[in-house]
Ligand binder design. Structure first.
Ligand code: ZN
Length: 506
């Protein structure tokens, strides 16, 4: 009997590993499209990618998969939910059951609307004309509601959509954590704005030659643990990290000669994503024990290296002398303190992707509250720009003058990504909670960083997070590692401990 299950399980794994060969190939084409591909090649590349994604979708919804998973779900192989086989069966079944719930016609309509939506958004943003985008946005939310209904949910439609990005997470839980965060964050940001102190941020806007930036960022990425024998760093317009195989992780960045932060912190961020991917167990490649848990957990790894480590004083105690040597015209006469304050500048701004570590989360809150209201029919798409501007005034104390700098700034909704935004803040929250625990477990991380020692933290992350793949849900993992459910408190503690001395807060 058990031999029968073993055989079915082997077939399931073989099937998944073959699908992974195709998805890695698709990622390869996508990486090339965004880094090296000549513009004239776009049309044929789109045909290649459409064909491949169609083949992948077919494979993932094959009836025999459903039969195998039905047999295996109650077999001894699934008995321990955290074993390799238990994880593989549970997670594969979860994905399969979701995929077959969506009618083909709805999937196609969503894909088509996302494609048209992104074009309409691009034009509307350039022309600062929300009204031309409004009909497609309304259609998108209509389809997302249909998607939520087809998938099913417990409390509200948002749950069904959130589950695509943060499996198992509930809207009610996120609402609670983000509301607590807002309560603490709004007064903190306001106190900073009224502190009368501001760093000299012009330090970061001097001329930092691109080739030196590349050399310096690459060195820092390697130092914190990104393995360049199993990965690459390339240039792109909108940086990302992608995996092309068990030993091939691609990270990307962009360079601004007159702003140090763009490439340096962007590279640390993507290297953090890359270190997570490189830490997943390679022998299970293509199977859930070797896959990332959620976007929130993935983002926690990038934010941890970018902010908790990369924006710490200890990190720059080690790197600042090297930065002074690499950029003598910019930094030779500066002190560690002035540089450290500049990279930790906090001030309310209109654009999410340029926001600092503290105000960033308020940008996310605004999007979360608005998209949830749209989905629940509590807000009309026509009234969205006014609602957006009112929330910016309320939470950040500033009001966009144009929709291009307001409601039209992000691509997500136009691409049908509803329920995605909270994962950015979840990343910040998880990062702080994990980091506080790592600090307790490993002793004084600061003194390690000040000596350029990043391996202990890296090993801690690999053992506690990366090595598990999808063995635990995000919620289970944070409970397991820190002994507590997700909370806003570690992030607020981290921000206050860093920012209070800089801004003279009590
Ligand atoms: Zn990221």
């Amino acid at each position: 009997m058990s031999q029968k299950y073993e055989q079915i399980y082997e077939q399931l794994c073989q099937h998944a590993r073959e699908t992974a060969l195709l998805t890695a190939t698709e990622s390869m084409l996508g990486w090339d499209e965004r880094t090296n591909m000549p513009p004239e090649a776009a049309e044929y590349r789109a045909e290649q990618m459409t064909l491949l994604s169609g083949i992948i979708h077919q494979r993932r919804t094959e009836a025999r998969l459903g039969e195998w998973l039905g047999e295996l779900a109650n077999s001894p192989l699934a008995a321990d939910p955290h074993s390799d086989s238990g994880t593989t069966i549970r997670q594969s079944k979860r994905e399969y059951d979701k995929r077959v719930k969506l009618p083909q016609s709805l999937v196609e309509e969503l894909t088509r609307t996302a494609s048209l939506g992104q074009h309409a958004w691009q034009t509307a943003r350039t022309d600062n004309d929300y009204r031309t985008f409004q009909p497609l946005l309304a259609k998108t939310f209509e389809l997302k509601r249909a998607q939520a209904e087809a998938l099913g949910y417990v409390d509200e439609p948002y749950d069904a959509l959130l589950d695509d990005f943060e499996p198992g997470e509930r809207t009610s839980n996120i609402t609670r954590v983000l509301a607590d965060l807002r309560e603490a964050l709004v007064p903190l940001v306001s106190a900073i704005a009224h502190s009368g102190r501001q760093p000299e941020v012009s330090i970061l806007a001097r001329r930092y030659p691109t080739e030196m930036q590349e050399w310096f960022s690459r060195g820092a990425a390697a130092k914190i643990g990104f393995d360049f024998c199993r990965g690459r760093l390339d240039v792109t317009a909108h940086p990302f990290c992608t995996g092309l195989g068990p030993h091939d992780c691609r990270i990307t960045t962009r360079y601004d000669e007159h702003f140090f932060n763009t490439a340096f912190f962007g590279t640390l961020h993507e290297a953090g994503h890359g270190i997570y991917d490189q830490g997943l167990p390679t022998d299970q490649y293509g199977l859930p024990p070797s896959e990332a848990i959620s976007l929130g957990i993935h983002e926690s790894q990038s934010r941890l290296w970018e902010n908790l480590v990369g924006r710490s004083r200890a990190f720059w105690k080690f790197f600042f002398p090297a930065a002074q040597q690499a950029f003598p015209d910019c930094l030779a006469d500066e002190t560690l303190d002035s540089f450290y304050f500049a990279i930790n500048d906090v001030r309310p701004s209109l654009i999410r992707v340029e926001a600092d570590e503290a105000t960033y989360n308020l940008h996310i809150l605004i999007r979360f509250e608005l998209e949830r209201a749209l989905l629940n029919d509590e807000l009309a798409v026509a009234d969205l720009p006014d609602a957006w501007n009112a929330k910016y005034a309320q939470y950040l104390g500033i009001r966009p003058e144009t929709d291009a700098d307001g409601v039209l700034q992000d691509i997500h909704w136009s691409a049908g990504l509803v329920g995605y935004f909270p994962t950015y803040s979840l990343g910040n929250l998880y990062a702080s909670q994990f980091f506080a625990q790592a600090n307790a477990d490993l002793g004084d991380l600061s003194s390690q960083f000040a000596h350029g020692e990043f391996a202990p933290l890296n090993e801690w992350l690999r053992m506690n997070i990366h090595a598990h793949g999808q063995r635990y849900s995000a919620g289970e993992l944070v409970q397991r590692i820190t002994g507590k459910p997700l909370s806003h408190a570690p992030l607020i503690d981290h921000l206050f401990q860093k920012l209070a001395p800089l801004y003279g807060l009590k």
